[in-house]
Design a protein around this ligand. Sequence first.
Ligand SMILES: O=C(CO)COP(=O)(O)O
Length: 259
Amino acid sequence: MPAPAPSPVLLGVSLKMYFGHHQTLNWSRRIAALAERHPAVTSGAARLFVLPTFPALVPATGILAPYGVALGAQDIATEDSGPYTGEVGGPVLKEIGCRYAEVGHAERRRLYGEGDTVVAAKTAAALRNGLTPVLCVGERDAADPADAASRTVAEAERLLGGLSGAVVLAYEPQWAIGAPEPASADHIATVCTALRGWLDSHPRHAGSTVIYGGSAGPGLLTRLAGTAEGLFLGRFAHDPANVGAILDEIRSPAPAAVA
Ligand SMILES: O=C(CO)COP(=O)(O)O
């Protein structure tokens, strides 16, 4: 019997608030062109998702979705509708074609005071609306890998307690975000393996994926050798050539041998 096909590598990009509107759409066109022709994407070995700013979601979906690139929001309201000025609710995100909603990013925790209660409520809102939460977890200060793993697993357990459904767990050690270099491959492997073990022992989260973010760029996937199931990219995806270089690291399945 042939070996089962490996799960696709998941590559996500958050554009945060770096780009202007037209810059986002131009970047999206370059990513669409890459997705259209890169064998890692066309073979299904890699799956891509992009989280642009809210106003770009609709036009970026038009550009990227035809090439199989999924879209998502960088935030989601805890409530679905009503008097919540400035918020964007899950039903609207779903209606405009989003597949993902990011929750719990370190910047929202640090700059906007979001704590565990809000992050858990946003995770629930995403799941309730048929969106996959991209739930960011990770220690604030540099710690040794075993300590980071136990703290991060405890965090995931706290935030996902009582919830069911597939999630993307984005391991983002806060000290590695916006840094010159990502965390070491050993550190990432230890924590992502622990998160994977936790997910595997919680079948209510079947179908979940563990990815790494925090100054991730070309070369990291190769160093991780499968210990993370993908990457969550920030600055180093601003140049689409870097996204191409990361896709080059993903082996597409060999074409079937001709008898
Ligand atoms: O926070 C991140 C992705 O959400 C990572 O950002 P950087 O890769 O720019 O550090």
